[in-house]
Design a protein around this ligand. Sequence first.
Ligand code: HEC
Length: 275
Amino acid sequence: MKLAIVLAVVAVMVVLRLVRAGLLVWLAAWWVGTYAVLRYGFVTPIPASALHIFMAITALSLFAYATSSRERMRATYEPVLAFASESRFTLPLALVAASIPGVVAWSVYQGLQQPLQPPYFGRTVHPSPPAEITSRGEKVDLARAANPFRNLEKTDVQAFRRHVENGRRVYYRNCFFCHGDDLGGAGMYAHGLDPVPANFLDSGVLPMFQESFFFWRIAKGGPGMPDEGAPGDSAMPEWERMLSNEEMWDVILFLYDDAGYRPRALEAVGAEVAH
Ligand code: HEC
């Protein structure tokens, strides 16, 4: 409770008592005083909806009081009638009438002063993968699995190139529509998507993760995103429905090869697989 506000309201009422204010003034004072205390008198604000309910109840009770006897009714409406009809009030009446559009305009202006902000949906672009997934019936341990064709790079370069070329075919048949023909994420459909397709040239993507991380993202796509990554409703398809596991590992080889990045080393992956 903020004591200053309550004391100010009480002080105004004491003054009204001393000047023997009429009933109409008292009704207004009670309504405004109640509003001031409820709206400004609490350190923790009362929700606007509750405030509206309280003020409607206050207005109804004041109305019931004002109409509870003939004298009170007369004391309420006579000053209003006098104000509206007697010639000595012409100027104040004109001022009140003129200020009504001003008040409306001011409150509309106040309402428009709220800064416009899009609704906020937090989305983690690279959520933690599950420990293990099953893709096309095969279990893949995401913390430990290496690309099964990666070691060919050292043992059989020709076989390795064949896998990379197969990955290139997979990419230009399936992925470039969204991820772009230069891997930069600006494919022909990219402008219609939110979140936008991943940009594989970005140094924050390929070199930061294990190949198994991308295997998971390719196999399970947007639908496989855990909740923290999901609110973006990603358009990335679940490729395990269309591609074999080998094709998915191959396209990963191609992405690294073409973008010129190395996967994050297995040794660097301990407890913290995810970023
Ligand atoms: C219909 C458009 C579309 C197609 C086609 C598509 N993707 Fe995606 N992809 C996305 C979008 C959008 C994202 C970003 C949102 C997300 O991470 O889910 C994404 C994200 C990814 C990611 C995650 C990157 C990261 O930083 O975590 C990988 C990997 C990926 N795509 C690979 C592929 C591969 C490989 C193909 C083809 C086999 C493919 N995508 C085809 C739309 C597409």
